[in-house]
Design a protein around this ligand. Sequence first.
Ligand code: NAD
Ligand code: UDP
Length: 314
Amino acid sequence: MSLRVLVTGGAGFIGSHLCKRLVEDGCDVLCVDNYFTGAKQNVVFLQAYDNFELMRHDVTFPLYVEVDQIYNLACPASPLHYQFDPVQTTKTSVHGAINMLGLAKRTRAKILQASTSEVYGDPEEHPQTETYWGRVNPVGIRACYDEGKRCAETLFFDYQRQHGLAIKVARIFNTYGPNMHRDDGRVVSNFIVQALQGNPITIYGSGEQTRSFCYVSDLVEGLIRLMASPDALHGPINLGNPGEFQIIELAQKVLAMTGSHSELVYESLPEDDPVQRQPDITLARTNLDWSPAVDLDEGLGETIRYFERALSEA
Ligand code: NAD
Ligand code: UDP
């Protein structure tokens, strides 16, 4: 019998790529999503396969299904969307984790949590290693996401210690690629859509803050390898591309690659926006034999081509 795999948040950006990969690998995939930021269009083509199933469900409510593995990705990831209903964001991370861990406990499924570099907050340690405990403002506007994800990590490790669950915690750094929503609000999709439409490129703050951008196919490979790793490996483990860029550099790259003449406009920096972020991926290299293969130019090229098509069809 093929492996029965549940992907929560499977109709979202990363989830849709993960579902596709798992379907191609021959798994029996159940994609669960409430479509808050995801879209059926991202996965509708997978319904042609009889090893794919799509279910509307909100992970803040219990779910009774029989599965062997769970990838828990359900949670809005863009600051714009997770700050829209912050209470629901915390509920999704915390109640969602409790419900999915409860499901894993009943079915004895292996469960992977899509955690985030945001658990490091605005970091004093650079690059960030998994042993760094982070610097998060617990009462700021990013806290619903950051603290929700931190609490989810706590729950995962307590279920492991208390109930012996096979857990995996991936700390994902900024990931981009096709299937991001055009109104997602994150920097890569914003800049590409603005450049292609000839609208001003919105730089928040001075643009000197840095991020490290991972292409989605690399990230999916890392998640699959982590799930397949020995049970003793729980993480947390950083998954991201160590290439670090200032936001202004990203804007200039997007302008050059699209041939756009959009002007740069400077807007105020959102509260608690981290100054720098770069993963130390030594653990992933050593334990998963994983490192990213797609550099920023190549990944941006793919993503630009995706948005050119998506915008022309809109
Ligand atoms: P996304 O917003 O495209 O996907 C999230 C999906 O979860 C969407 O399909 C959304 O509809 C669904 N969802 C939200 N709340 C839900 C709920 N209560 N019940 C069921 N479904 C729900 O974002 P993404 O970039 O694909 O992120 C996927 C996961 O990876 C998230 O957990 C995110 O925190 C994590 N992550 C992503 C990044 C990144 O850079 N993309 C970085 C760190 C962590
Ligand atoms: N950013 C920007 N212009 C935008 C969107 C984002 O300058 O139109 C900046 C944002 O302030 C942050 C960086 O780009 O410094 C990455 O933002 P994003 O929302 O993609 O992710 P996160 O802040 O969660 O890493």
